[in-house]
Structures are given as structure tokens and as C-alpha cells.
Design a protein around this ligand. Structure first.
Ligand SMILES: [Zn+2]
Length: 239
């Protein structure tokens, strides 16, 4: 019995050490990454950072994307510090406007428009989105109750995608259609905010729907006149 107890204590302690070591390894990775940033990027762009402090930020665009670690806004748009004001949420969902219940998304939207005066808002969905897939999974409410409530903002997209696919496609196609339709619903949700609707009506603000495919690195944009997504690169040649 004593041996079993010692084994249990020692075993648990070793597991604890292993888990702690893994955490330290991960933290060291970031510390080394930070050192590289300081030695390379920061050194090369130091004046730019000083200017951003002296003049303050004045981004022209608010980017709303998913929290997914594989979709990095500044990387996929090749933008620099100061270019994008960013909101990231699970599933890139934007809750509709509720005056009596402000949240982090609403407050950040208001700041982006009323203080920074951004001229563009991009909502960027992406392939293999866990939040969108979650709409089709049975989530354990005891463990994922908050997630389950949050992803309900994707329900209208799910409903429309199911009507569109109607048992004709694979699960992967259903997810992709849901991801793309959800982008359009989130743009509609943005228009429920009075300070956004007014600026769009006055042509002071443009809304854009994007879809990023992780495995190809391609971005498609939503063309509201043709109700379809098109390769963003084609915008360059059409200018
Ligand atoms: Zn996602």
C-alpha cells in the first residue's frame, strides 16, 4: 500500500515536472523569438516605431478575423505595425448591436469608427474553421457552454448553407459554404451598429468580406453584385 502511495505521489510529481518543463520550453521559444525580433525587425524599423508613438496610430482599416492561430492578419496581408486595427474572435463572429449589453467587440468597433475613423472594415473567414465546424458538432454544455452560446452567431449561416448544399455535397463542402456565408451574415451584423450604418450610407466607410484558404494561402473577396467570392489578386489587375 505504501509502495503504491509512493508510486502515485512520485508519478504525479514527475508528470508535474514534465508539464512544467514543457511550459518553460514553450516560454523559452517565445523569449528567443522576442530576442530575434529585437535584434532584427525592431532594429531595422526602430524609427517607424518611434514615429508611431509620436504621431499616434491612424490605421485606415479594421480587420475582423478568427482567433485561429493559423490565420495571421499582418502576415497574409503583408502589413506593418500601425496598418491594421484588429478584432479577433472565435469564428470571426460579430454579435448584432445591443445598446444595453456592450461587449469587447462592440466597444472596439465604436473606438475604431468614432476615434480612429477607419475607412474600411474587413471581415475575414477562413477554411477549416473550428467554430464553424462546431455548429455541426454536439458540444458538451458542461465543458463548452460558453463556446456553444457564442457560436450561435453562426446559426443563420448554417441554416442557409444546409439549404444550399441540401445533401448534395460532402461535409467539407458544407463547412466551406457555411464559412463563406457566415462572412456575409457578419457584414450584415455590422450594419446593425448605428455608427457603422450611417457611415456606410454616407459612403465614408466600406465593408469587405474575405475568405482565406489556409492550405493555398489564397484570399477571395465577396462580390455583392455577383453574390460570389473572387480571387483578391484579380483586384490588382482590374485597377
Ligand atoms: Zn476559425
Amino acid at each position: 500500500m505504501r509502495q503504491f502511495f509512493l508510486f502515485l505521489v512520485f508519478g504525479c510529481a514527475m508528470m508535474g515536472v514534465a508539464a512544467k518543463d514543457e511550459l518553460i520550453d514553450e516560454t523559452l521559444k517565445y523569449a528567443k523569438g522576442h530576442q530575434d525580433f529585437k535584434d532584427l525587425y525592431f532594429k531595422q524599423h526602430e524609427q517607424e516605431f518611434v514615429r508611431l508613438v509620436e504621431q499616434g496610430q491612424s490605421p485606415q482599416t479594421l480587420y475582423i478575423g478568427c482567433s485561429d492561430s493559423r490565420v495571421v492578419p499582418s502576415l497574409i496581408t503583408n502589413t506593418r505595425p500601425g496598418d491594421l486595427f484588429v478584432i479577433r474572435t472565435a469564428g470571426n463572429f460579430v454579435p448584432p448591436f445591443q445598446e444595453t449589453c456592450p461587449d469587447g467587440v462592440a466597444a472596439t468597433l465604436q473606438y475604431a469608427l468614432e476615434v480612429l475613423g477607419v475607412k474600411h472594415i474587413i471581415v475575414c473567414g477562413h477554411s477549416h474553421c473550428g467554430a464553424i465546424k462546431g455548429l455541426y458538432d454536439k458540444l458538451d454544455p458542461a465543458k463548452l457552454g460558453l463556446v456553444d452560446k457564442w457560436i450561435r452567431y453562426g446559426e443563420p449561416a448554417k441554416k442557409m448553407a444546409m439549404q444550399t448544399i441540401n445533401d448534395k455535397g460532402s461535409k467539407e463542402q458544407l463547412y466551406e459554404v457555411t464559412e463563406k456565408i457566415s462572412v456575409i451574415f457578419q457584414l450584415e451584423n455590422l450594419l446593425t451598429y448605428p455608427f457603422i450604418k450611417k457611415r456606410v450610407d454616407d459612403k465614408q466607410l466600406e465593408l469587405h468580406g474575405w475568405y482565406y484558404t489556409i492550405e493555398t494561402g489564397e484570399i477571395d473577396y465577396y462580390d455583392p453584385e455577383l453574390y460570389t467570392f473572387k480571387d483578391l489578386i484579380t483586384k490588382i489587375s482590374s485597377k
